[in-house]
Design a protein around this ligand. Structure first.
Ligand code: PLP
Length: 490
């Protein structure tokens, strides 16, 4: 299938080429020309398949792969997951289903896509003379998942930038100990948006692009604006639904809610795409932490990044600019790129934009948005543990709490709800332990041990191994210095 740009319907390139390109020439995001349609009968079929086969179906629908190409990719991508199911589903209470998306090598849902993306990239490089240089800004989880995905993948190099004081201890440790000949990690002074803006500027800087090209590389991105990230994420929503139908938990055709802890709007956008493809969804519940830019937008129709930035215990959701929102706006404006151009210009110049009331009405048909502050998040973690013996990480707990609020609002609504669990509680062990037991332990490994003891479970391997790894990277740079750092390390 071809993908088009949100800002100019004239640009249309094959999906696999868009993976390498990352972002369209006009600065827009690549979106599918059409949404492939899944019939209810197909869900019955999907319900009998292992995860990698469902994921392969989704890839093939967008990339047009033949034969076993897609299955080869997804089988190897998910082979490293620490649960045979890949995406285990936990039922909590009467009608809530937690889909655990964190069983990959870096313990966050980013692995679901970032184990697939390098395989797509390798394929895209078959038609390219140059190798790929991947640049990523990360609020914590993307960076490590991208490093792990691209580690020693032929014809690729990857540089990852994280905000110096904006990531959790465990996240930082995971990154600075990264192995691989083709990897580079550097801290950036400032917050995540500063890091992301600096990286975006490099992509737009022709002089930098020329330097990189001279060394034989073409720039590419592993951030969630890359369609190769978005596409594999659609699969788990279809899979979860199909599995729940197969297990007799929901009726074929019955609508479900999907609750997602949201930052860059990539994960929840994948759920929206799944809905457009035929997944029976009543509401998409968009949950934010104290950084409420999305909640305010869905409520009032005004998106404003001109506000204070808060650091929270769900750092992967600390964000002011949710890049993937552009793709939703494109759909809401009936795929008219002229509106998107205007909106994005306004956002660029004034840090804000407003949508008409009819667009607002449309948004609220599909979405409910809410936010949770730190204290209720901690209370939710404790409550889930006390009530179900279930450990929830702070990101997932934000969505759990917003979902509960939505439930209260809806009264006696008994719509089944799928909740996306995006990180292992052990990745944020200090905060999870404190929430449950009020014990403050600053060493993340000790906290993980205590947490495992409380819950009577083992610590994930990926964390156990981390304790013995050597630090490889210690660079810190200001936003203006990133280009130089990248070139030095090519
Ligand atoms: C990235 C991330 C999120 C936010 O996902 P988006 O796709 O950026 O909205 C939520 N939770 C965790 C643990 C994450 O790593």
């Amino acid at each position: 299938m071809n993908l088009i740009s949100t800002r100019n319907s004239g640009e249309s390139i094959p999906a696999i080429a868009a993976v390498l390109k990352g972002i369209a020439s006009d600065g827009g995001l690549f979106v599918p020309e059409v949404f492939p349609i899944i019939t209810l009968d197909m869900f019955t079929e999907l319900g009998k398949m292992p995860y990698y086969k469902v994921a392969a179906r989704v890839l093939s629908a967008f990339f047009g792969f033949q034969d076993d190409t897609a299955e080869d990719m997804t089988r190897s991508a998910y082979a490293r997951f620490d649960d045979r199911e890949v995406v285990p589903i936990q039922k909590l209470g009467e009608k809530e289903y937690v889909i655990e998306l964190f069983h990959g090598p870096t313990l966050a849902f980013k692995d679901m896509a970032l184990q697939v993306l390098p395989r797509l990239m390798e394929r895209a490089l078959q038609n390219s003379e140059q190798d790929a240089l991947i640049l990523t800004a990360t609020s914590g989880d993307t960076g490590k998942a991208a490093l792990e995905g691209f580690c020693d993948v032929p014809r690729t190099r990857i540089a990852t930038f994280y905000p110096e004081d904006g990531v959790a201890q465990m996240q930082k440790l995971q990154m600075v100990t990264q192995e691989g000949e083709n990897t580079y990690v550097c801290a950036v002074k400032g917050n995540f948006d500063d890091a992301q803006t600096a990286v975006k500027r490099l992509f737009a800087d022709p002089a930098f692009g020329e330097e990189v090209a001279k060394k034989g590389y073409t720039l590419s991105s592993a951030n969630s604006i890359n369609f190769g990230r978005l596409c594999p994420q659609i699969a788990y929503y279809l899979y979860a639904y199909a599995r729940l139908v197969a297990a007799g938990e929901i009726r074929l055709g019955e609508e479900v809610n999907i609750a997602v802890p949201t930052g860059n709007f990539g994960n929840i956008l994948a759920a929206y795409y799944a809905k457009r493809m035929g997944l029976p969804v009543e509401r998409l519940i968009c949950a934010s932490n104290k950084n409420t830019v999305l909640t305010d937008f869905f409520e009032g129709g005004v998106y404003s990044a001109n506000r204070e930035f808060y650091k929270t215990m769900s750092p992967s959701m600390d964000i002011l600019i949710s890049s993937n929102l552009e793709r939703l706006l494109f759909e809401l404006y009936d795929r008219n790129p002229r509106y998107i151009q205007e909106i994005m210009e306004e956002l660029n110049e004034n840090g804000r934009f407003t949508v008409d009331s009819n667009i607002k009405v449309r948004m609220s048909r599909d979405f409910y948005a809410g936010f949770t502050d730190e204290y209720p998040t901690m209370r939710t973690i404790k409550k889930m543990f006390d009530q179900y013996g279930y450990l929830m990480d702070p990101h997932t707990a934000v969505a759990q709490h917003v979902y509960e609020e939505y439930n209260k609002l809806m009264g006696a609504d008994d719509t089944p709800t799928i909740l996306a669990a995006t990180a292992s509680p052990f990745k944020f062990a200090e905060d999870v332990l404190f929430s449950i037991s009020k014990e403050r332990v600053d060493d993340p490994f000790l906290a993980a041990q205590k947490l495992a003891g409380l819950a009577g479970v083992g610590i994930p391997d990926a964390i156990g191994k981390l304790a013995h790894k050597k630090q490889r990277f210690s660079d810190v740079a200001s936003a203006g210095e990133l280009g130089g750092k990248v070139l030095e390390n090519l």
